[in-house]
Every structure is written in C-alpha cells, then in structure tokens.
Design a protein. Structure first.
Lengths: 517, 161
C-alpha cells in the first residue's frame, strides 16, 4: 500500500482510497459553456428588452443548465485504488465505472481553449479498443500530466521496473511547461519529431486540403448550374446572343475558381494549424509509449503503446509527393479509429526526408535507406495492361461520341486519356517493390496514393497467397501478410512465381517450409 | 522453392452437394423463365431461345464444371504447427497460419450440408482478414480437425497477436 501511495502523482497524498472531486475551477467552465450555448437567447433578451415573455424561458433554461453543470461537479468524484481507477457519478442513481490500471491502454489529455485559460485539462483513460473511455473532465494541467505519466508507467511496467519508477521524480505541483502541452513534459522522453512551422506549406497538398478542394468544387459547380451560368442547354454560356456577355461569364467563372482556390488554401492552412500546431512525437522509454502532443487552440496529448505497434506506413499520395512531402502513420493493434486516422498519426504532412528519418527512428532500423527488390517483367507488364485497360473504357466512349457528334477534338481527348493510362502504369511499375529485413517486411505500391508499409514480421499471424486467373497466366501471385494491426493484411503485389515460396516462408518462418517442394 | 497444394482433399460428397446446388439454381431459373413466359405475353421470338441458352450455360457451368473444379481446388492440411488451406475458383487463395496464432475454431453445418453429412471448419486468427475456411469436410473428419486444433491451441501461450 505504501509503495503505491509513493508512486501516486502529486496531489493524491491524502491516500489512495479517498474519493476526490474534480478541480473547483470546473465550476467556472460549466456556466461559461452553458452561457455560450444559450448565447442566442441572451442576445434576444438584450435586444428585445423584457417585452417578449418567451426570452425569459431561454434565460431560465440557461440558468437550469448552469445549475445542472454545477450539480454535476458536486456529484462526480473519482479515486485511485492500488489497482483501479474509479469514477462515480450521478445524483440519484450512483454509477461507478472502474478501469483496472494494468489494463490501461491509453491516457489522452485534451484541453480546449476554455480549459487552458483556467489551467485545466480533460483526461480520458481507455482500457481497450472496444470499451468505453473513462473521462475525468477537469483536472489541473499539472495533475493531468502527472496522472498520465503515472498511469501509463504503471500499466506498462511490471515489478522489475517499478523500483526505477519510484525513485525517479514525478512532477510535483506546478510542473514546468505543462500549461501549453499537457502531459508532454516527462523526463524520460526523447523527442523523435518536432514540427517546423514552415512545413505548413505542405498543408494544401495533404488529404485535408484535397477534401476541402473537392467540396468547394462540388458546391461551386452546383452553384454555377443553379444560377444558370452552367453548361446546360438553356444556360447563359450557350446563349450566344451576346459575345460580350459570354466573355463576362468566362471571367466570372475564372474569378469563382480563383476565389475557391484561395478558400481551399486558407481552409487547409487553418485546418493544419488547428490540428497540428506544435506537433511533437516523443518516445517515452520508461513507459514504453510514443507520445503525440499537438493542437493550436485545443491541445491534445495522446499515446501509443510501443508493444502494440507493428510498424509504420509512409504515405506519399500525389499532390503531396510532387512537392516533396510525406506523412507517417503507425500500424498498431487495438486502436479505436476516430475516422480520420488521427489516433495513429505519427507526423503531419512534412518533408519526405524528415518523415523517413522519423520512421527509421521509430522502427529502430534504417528501413528506408535500403533498395527495394523489383518484381520483374511480368509484374511491370501487368501494371501497364491494367492501367491502360481501365483507360480504354473512357477512351472508347470518347471515340464513339467523337464519331456520333462529329467533334474531332474528342479524339484528342481519347488519346490523352490513353496516354494518362500509360503514365499511370509506368508510375505504378516504378513504385512497386518489396524487401525483407531481419525484423520487417517492407512493401511499397500504388501511384496516385503511393504508400510504403513497414511491418514487423513477428506481428504476422498468417500468410495468404492469392492468384487471379490473369495472375496465374502471368506467373505471379500476391503474397499477403495477415496481422492483427492496421489494415489487417499487407499485400505484396505480383511476386514472381519462383519467389512466392521464399517470401511466404520469410513472413511466417518455420511454418511454411514444410509446404514447399 | 514452390508452394505445393495442401495434401488433403475434401469429401467427395462435397462435390455432389455443389452439383446439387447448381441443379437447384438451374431449376429456380427454369421456373422463373416459365413464369415470365406465362405472364408477359407477346415476347419477341428470340427472347425464348436466349433464355434457354442462359439456363443451359448456368446448368453446364454450375452443376457440371464448378463442382469438379472446386473439388480439385479446395484442399487442406493440418500439421503439428500450421494450418494450410486452399480455396477459390477464378481467384485461388492459399492461406497458412501457424497454430500458435489460431484464436478460434468453429464448425458450421447448413441445412444442405447436414443432408450430406458435411461440415465447414473456420479457423480465425487475430487478423480480421486472415480467416481460414475448409468447406465440405466429412463430419467425423471435421470433428477430428477441431479437436486436434483445440488441443494444440490451448497448449500454446500468448494472446496470438
């Protein structure tokens, strides 16, 4: 009991079994939040005076919400027992949630602007992918940071390292630097990646920028059609009564496109800044975790357990690749995805060299320096036939339309489509490759969305050899590494027949040899 | 160094079962065709031979070709330390999983396979895409496979990820 108390973070010195309340400053957060939510009603009261009876209902609602928020503070308490974190809440129905400390998988610290102004943070304790998180909304930033470090260490290390954890100093009281990055100041951390503010230049080329661009183009197109400026039969553009008017429309369309472009860039920059400002990836060797802290207004500190990591993926999708950028993601088991891949992001869009260096540091091996093995002529031929084959469909359609409408320009378009197909095939053949090292399988494929996966071979739970009809004819097979982590299967496309057995045996060594002849 | 096919074939009754499935599909199509013929009057002349041709192709492929191809492709092998399966038709897929990585072993018997005394054994690993299925095993053989795998899996340590 004594030893657990000694290892408790600062502030729990009263003992491990006492129920504690969240920070008193949360009493300020709830009213402010409710006031913001009821802001429209309050404005209405100020503007309309006391004439409208309805507005007072709004005020009463706000008052009630504030009262409930305050009540929530009084009815929420938590405690740490030697082996559990417990959260108790509810006025009439008492509801206690417990999380065993040795099952703690993640401790995330989030601080909104309001939280940060008051020096507070929200701590979310996760015990596994499928389970509900335990939320402690409203610890002081120092408490949150200390708690985070302590919980992760306790969860990660068993008896042998516990002594070391005790002797090392745990931040006490007002820990330094935690205001800006909750949970980021731990002494055993080594920084692996620190965002350079200039890298924001990659923002418009990253996935977020592209999604924004697509959305704006879609909306813009819709707007053009709706307003009669579009390409329909009765639109202004086809209305040839006035050449000047036509010119005006073209200028207007160009202006709209330029404005849209500016908006996309601004949105992408803002998004990058909000999500990734101050992005830092650090390795905590004592806790066995990687820590990510990031965010401009709302700051977040999240962690990834090293023992659950099975490798990394370097994404080099097209617009980002053209400007020399890349981004890094972790391949891990048991991580609940938030839909944006944020929980496994190891670096935001950054220079490719920096990303590869970070990847090598994370992997502990120079995986990106080594040349990849090519897949041979059959694989290259298949890249071309598949890319040109799929380009044939639109090309033929264009050709047919060209004949039907008697518009020879469309022939040019058809040829351009075929050429693009050939270029795509060339690019896909260029990037295709794989390598096997002592610890990893490295597999690279794709063209527009090119990515390199580096997966730990000990993470393989099986191997899959797949041959389609055409692959059998070409004498190649797709060899896949099945794993519990990330995408669940990492395929190596079109491996030559002669090397299939060898690669399969490298993926699950000791088990495949008996099936070779 | 080439990967050979797994040693064991599935039960010959599986071939019969797949053929019966093809025949049933053909019968369903014939009934549907007759129903259309009756309800839609004034069907253009070439629709009827076309329908008959399609049904004939379905019969030949589904009841004659596919069962024997599947019977040749669907193979399996369980050794002391690994499970190896091969299945597919147009795309052929071979899967090997070390027994130490096996998480669950299920058997499944549908209505038709019960008539033929057959079982499907599904071996799952920690990867959602690494499932191994052996269709059309003789019931006794399936029970033996499940028993063997369960014994070995229970003996191995770790959480198989």
């Amino acid at each position: 009991m004594d030893s657990t108390m000694a290892r408790d973070p600062a502030g729990w010195e009263t003992g491990t079994s006492d129920w504690r309340r969240l920070s008193r400053r949360m009493l300020l957060v709830h009213p402010v939040k409710e006031v913001i939510r009821f802001f429209p009603a309050l404005i209405a009261i100020v503007v309309a005076g006391s004439s409208g009876g309805q507005n007072w209902w709004g005020l009463a609602g706000a008052g009630l919400a504030i009262a409930l928020g305050v009540l929530r503070w009084f009815t929420t308490s938590y405690r740490f027992t030697p082996d559990q974190v417990q959260l108790r809440r509810g006025l009439i129905t008492k509801n206690t949630v417990s999380a065993p400390i040795d099952r703690v998988r993640s401790v995330d610290v989030t601080a909104s602007v309001l939280h940060r102004a008051l020096g507070l943070a929200e701590v979310r304790i996760g015990t596994g992918a499928g389970e509900k998180q335990l939320r402690l909304d409203g610890l002081t930033a120092a408490e949150a940071a200390a708690l985070r470090g302590d919980l992760l260490h306790r969860a990660a290390v068993e008896a042998p390292e516990a002594g070391a954890a005790e002797s090392e100093s745990v931040p006490t009281g007002e820990a330094v630097g935690v205001e800006d990055a909750p949970g980021a100041s731990y002494e055993t951390e080594t920084v692996v990646y620190q965002l350079n503010p200039a890298w924001i230049r990659y923002a418009p080329f990253g996935p977020a920028g592209l999604i924004a661009a697509a959305a704006i183009l879609g909306v813009g197109n819709h707007f053009l059609n709706e307003s009669g400026l579009g390409w329909g039969p009765h639109s202004v553009i086809t209305d040839a009564t006035n050449h000047l008017e036509r010119l005006g429309v073209v200028v207007a369309v160009l202006a709209v496109l330029v404005v849209a472009l500016v908006v996309v860039v601004v949105l992408a920059l803002a998004g990058y800044l909000l999500a990734f400002h101050g992005f830092r990836l650090s390795r905590d060797s004592r806790g066995g975790t990687y820590h990510v802290s990031r965010g401009l207004l709302t700051t977040r500190a999240t962690s990834l357990e090293i023992r659950r990591m099975r490798g990394v993926t370097v994404h080099r999708a097209v617009p980002l690749r053209w400007v020399g950028g890349a981004r890094l993601q972790a391949i891990t088991t048991g991580v609940k995805e938030d839909g944006h891949g944020m929980s496994t992001t190891l670096t935001p869009p950054s220079p490719a060299a920096v990303v590869e260096r970070t990847a090598d540091a994370v992997l502990g091996e120079d995986a990106f320096a080594r040349p990849l093995q090519r897949h041979g002529a059959a694989a290259t031929r298949r890249r071309y036939t598949r890319a040109i084959g799929s380009a044939c469909v639109p090309a033929i359609v264009l050709g047919v339309v060209a004949v039907a409408v008697d518009l020879p320009q469309l022939w040019v378009a058809a040829v351009v489509v075929l050429l693009l197909g050939a270029l795509l095939g060339r690019s896909r053949a260029h990037w295709l490759g794989h390598a096997v090292t002592d610890r990893f399988l490295i597999t690279r494929s794709g063209s527009i969305a090119m990515s390199t996966n580096v997966i730990e071979r000990r993470g393989a739970v099986g191997v899959t050899v797949r041959r389609s009809f055409f692959q059998r004819r070409a004498g190649v097979a797709t060899v896949g590494l099945a794993t519990a982590a990330g995408a669940k299967e990492y395929p190596v496309l079109d491996v030559p027949q002669a090397e299939v057995g060898k690669l399969a045996a490298q993926i699950v060594p000791g088990h495949v040899e008996q099936f070779l002849r | 160094m080439e990967l050979r096919s797994p040693a064991q074939l599935v039960s010959t009754r599986a071939r019969t079962m797949w053929a019966v499935q093809g025949v049933v599909l053909t019968l369903v199509l014939i009934i549907a065709g007759i129903a259309v013929e009756w309800t839609v009057s004034g069907l253009a002349g070439w629709w009827v031979p076309l329908g008959i041709a399609v049904i004939a192709v379905v019969f030949v492929v589904g009841a004659l070709i596919v069962p024997s191809v599947r019977y040749r492709v669907h193979r399996w092998e369980v050794t002391d330390d690994a499970v190896y399966t091969q299945r597919g038709l147009i795309t052929i897929e071979q899967r090997i999983a070390p027994i130490s990585r096996v998480q669950t072993v299920d058997t499944e018997r549908g209505a038709l396979s019960r008539i033929f005394g057959l079982s499907t054994v599904t071996v799952t690993t920690a990867s959602a895409k690494g499932e191994l299925r052996i269709e059309g095993l003789d019931r006794q053989v399936a029970e033996q496979v499940v028993h063997d795998l369960t014994v070995v899996t229970a003996a191995s340590k770790g959480d198989a990820t």
